[in-house]
Structures are given as structure tokens and as C-alpha cells.
Design a protein around this ligand. Structure first.
Ligand SMILES: C[S@@+](CC[C@H](N)C(=O)[O-])C[C@H]1O[C@@H](n2cnc3c(N)ncnc32)[C@H](O)[C@@H]1O
Length: 399
């Protein structure tokens, strides 16, 4: 045996015995030094290279590779979906801890109203959610070429929370009443605004989300629908939905199991949502990335539809200029959404100011088209909280 092989064997024995003696406290997280600072989680600590051991680090290195910023975004989303259960169980454990602080003589009353059963019920719903969210993560790993060992240390669980709300709004029966408020004015404006165009029309939906509007447009109009989305939480979930669904209502999720506030009934926490209510069969071309940079060719589209979109911009002038640049002369811009603006937005404009800006950038706004439309977003039917946006609808044309 060569000296190098003996050194490796000795190292494995030392690390192996040490690892066996130490209590296992779950997976080990380390920061690996790669050009783009990416944290990769290693589930097998025995695979870690030991500095200055003389062992060829390349031989033992498990998942080290340099990720582009796009790959990092994808991996961050995959990690959030695959580690959903950890987060949900932590939230339920916190509720259990709070419940545990109830004086013991009051516990029988809590038992009598059935409160204590919710903890176990919530855990079993979380396990059900984890099955499908794990499948979304697995499908994304296959699609984008990641191994199960590759994960980011931080999991941004808000990606999963957003998905649970969006899937209900876009692809379930429960979301029908929300869609019924916001889709018809858009579809009607498209139909009327493009009736003069012969042949196939080209329409862009930037800020695709989970894509129901884009699919409705593709069903409704004789057109080519392009869409664009930046967030890989939405993209990987949508990819799973369109590629791994055979029949309507095939998938079931429990979106509210950690949302115990504002419930009308005890069972409200475990309300299931089945999806999709229809198969997303119409053709939509989804471009992954930033719509400000992904479309270099100008004057391509007959119409651009922005739904709950313009206010997510950092720079509204960039967004409106890009919409204007991508429209053909005379092309139609249809907008419906709130003016919620992020704290990161350079300007937080009023509706009047957005329209003033649009006219200065070369749009002719149809002031008669303007409407305020009350809309909720991802609302749990029967919940004791209802948050309503007074969304702003308008149409405008590129001069
Ligand atoms: C509030 S959501 C609305 C999604 C969808 N329109 C709907 O109504 O369900 C805004 C979406 O725009 C996406 N987004 C934000 N900035 C973007 C950009 N520059 N390019 C493409 N998508 C973007 C976000 O990731 C998010 O999915």
C-alpha cells in the first residue's frame, strides 16, 4: 500500500471514530471558499477535507463548485422548498411551547375545546405539504442539474409562503372569486384594443408569478404569449405544475396550517387547497430573468399586460421605458394593480404621477379606461382578516 493510501485510511479511521463518538446534531454547515461566495451544506461531515492533512482535498471535496448568480438564485429557492418541513415544525413547536405555558389546572379546559389536538394535526398537514414541496425541489434539481447534497445554508422560507398564496389565487377553485375580479377587465381590454390587428398578435406578460393570467390570455386570444419572471421560487413551482400534472386537482396543499390567527373555526387551519382547477395546456413562452434586460429587441409586442407588477420596481422610470420600448408603435399597455411600492423603490408615486410620467415617456393614456377595482390577493375564504387593495386599472398606447 502506498503511503498516500495509508494516510487516507488513517484519516478516515480518526474522523470516523470521532464522528461516531460525537452526538449527531443534524447536518453540518460550512462556508466553502469559492469565487462567488456560496455556502454549500454538506450532510456527511466525514466527507470534509481536513486542512494540512496531506490528503488530496479534491478527492474528498463533496459538492464544491462555483455558482453563477442565477444558479445561486435557483439553489436558494430549491433549498427553501426542500427544507420547508423544518421551518413549519419549528413554527408549530413554538405554538406548542406557548401552549405549554398555560397553567396546568387550565389545561383540561383547553382539552375540552379540542385545542391540543391542533398541534398534531398541524404537524401531519406539514408532512403532507413537505411531500409535494419536496417533489417540486427534486424536479428543479433535475431540471437545473443540482445534486441533493447541494443546498444554501440559509433557507428563504418566504418563497414557499408566497407560493402557497399564489397557487391558491391562480390555480385553485378557492381563488376563482379573486380571478373573477381582476382578469375580465384585462381580457376585455385586450379583445377590444386589438380587434383591428390581423393575424397572430404578440403579447408580453412581465412579472408572470404562477402564470394563470398569461394562460388565460393564451386561451382567449389568437396570439403568441411571452412572459417573464425573475423569482425562481415561482419559476420552479410553475415548472413542476406544467410538467408534472396529469389531471385537474391532482395536488393538495394546506396553505394555512401555520396561520392560526384570524380563523373562524378550528378546522380552518387545515383547509386544503387542491390544484390545478384546470390543466395549464395553453402555450406560453416563459423567459427566466429580468424583463429589463432579457428582451434586447425593441418594438416586438402588440400588447403588454402588467398585473400587480409596476409597483414592485426599484425604478419605475426603467419599467415604464422598457414597456414603451418593447411595444410596437400604437401598441397597447394594460395595467391593473396597487401602488404598494417597496421600501427599495427610488420613487413611491401616486396613480396620477405614474400616468403623468407615462405620458412624458411617450404613452397616450386613455383616461376614460381608468377604474379603481377592489381586489384581495391570496385571501383565505372565511378568514377573519380581509385586506383589500384598491387597484388601479388603465390602458395606454405607445405614440
Ligand atoms: C406581486 S407579483 C405579481 C405576479 C403576477 N403578475 C400576479 O398577479 O400573480 C410580482 C412579480 O413580478 C416579478 N418581478 C419583479 N421584478 C421583475 C423583473 N424585473 N422582471 C421579471 N419579473 C419581475 C416578481 O418576482 C413577482 O413574481
Amino acid at each position: 500500500m502506498s503511503r498516500r493510501v495509508i494516510r487516507v485510511l488513517l484519516l478516515l479511521i480518526v474522523v470516523g471514530v470521532g464522528g461516531w463518538l460525537l452526538p449527531r446534531s443534524g447536518p453540518l454547515s460550512i462556508n466553502l471558499n469559492v469565487p462567488l461566495p456560496v455556502t454549500v451544506r454538506i450532510d456527511n461531515p466525514h466527507a470534509l477535507p481536513v486542512p494540512n492533512s496531506g490528503v488530496d482535498v479534491e478527492e474528498l471535496k463533496p459538492t464544491l463548485r462555483t455558482l453563477s448568480s442565477k444558479q445561486l438564485s435557483i439553489l436558494t429557492s430549491i433549498t427553501a422548498f426542500s427544507r420547508y418541513l423544518e421551518n413549519a415544525l419549528n413554527i408549530i413547536a413554538y405554538r406548542e411551547e406557548q401552549f405549554g405555558q398555560l397553567p396546568s389546572k387550565q389545561k383540561p379546559l383547553a382539552e375540552a375545546i379540542g385545542y391540543s389536538t391542533h398541534l398534531e394535526d398541524a404537524r401531519s398537514c406539514a408532512r403532507e405539504n413537505a411531500k409535494i414541496l419536496g417533489k417540486v425541489a427534486d424536479f428543479a434539481r433535475d431540471t437545473y442539474g443540482f445534486s441533493p447534497e447541494e443546498q444554501t445554508t440559509e433557507a428563504h422560507y418566504e418563497f414557499v409562503g408566497d407560493f402557497l398564496g399564489h397557487v391558491m389565487r391562480d390555480w385553485s377553485d378557492e381563488g376563482r372569486h379573486e380571478r373573477a375580479v381582476i382578469f375580465p377587465p384585462i381580457l376585455k381590454a385586450l379583445e377590444e384594443g386589438m380587434s383591428g390587428i390581423r393575424g397572430k398578435k404578440k403579447i408580453l406578460v412581465p412579472g408572470f408569478g404562477l402564470g394563470r393570467l398569461a394562460h388565460e390570455i393564451a386561451n382567449h386570444e389568437d396570439c403568441i404569449v411571452d412572459a417573464c419572471e425573475l423569482d425562481y421560487g415561482s419559476i420552479i413551482a410553475y415548472n413542476y405544475l406544467i410538467n408534472q400534472t396529469i389531471i385537474p386537482f391532482e395536488h393538495t396543499l394546506y396553505p394555512y396550517l401555520t396561520k392560526w390567527q384570524y380563523q373562524q373555526t378550528g378546522k380552518g387551519r387545515y383547509k386544503s387547497v387542491r390544484f390545478p382547477d384546470v390543466l395549464p395546456t395553453s402555450r406560453v413562452n416563459l423567459v427566466e430573468g429580468d424583463f429589463l434586460t432579457e428582451f434586447p429587441d425593441s418594438e416586438q409586442y402588440d400588447a403588454i399586460v402588467t398585473l400587480f407588477f409596476i409597483d414592485v420596481s426599484e425604478n419605475i422610470i426603467d419599467f415604464l421605458s422598457t414597456i414603451h420600448r418593447l411595444l410596437k408603435p400604437g401598441g397597447l399597455w394594460i395595467n391593473l394593480g396597487p401602488l404598494k411600492w417597496g421600501s427599495f423603490s427610488h420613487m413611491q408615486l401616486s396613480a396620477e404621477e405614474v400616468l403623468d410620467l407615462a405620458e412624458r415617456l411617450g404613452f397616450k393614456v386613455d383616461h376614460d379606461s381608468r377604474q379603481s377595482i377592489d381586489a384581495v390577493y391570496g385571501h383565505q375564504v372565511g378568514s377573519l382578516l380581509k385586506f383589500t387593495y384598491v387597484t388601479q386599472f388603465w390602458t395606454a398606447r405607445k405614440i
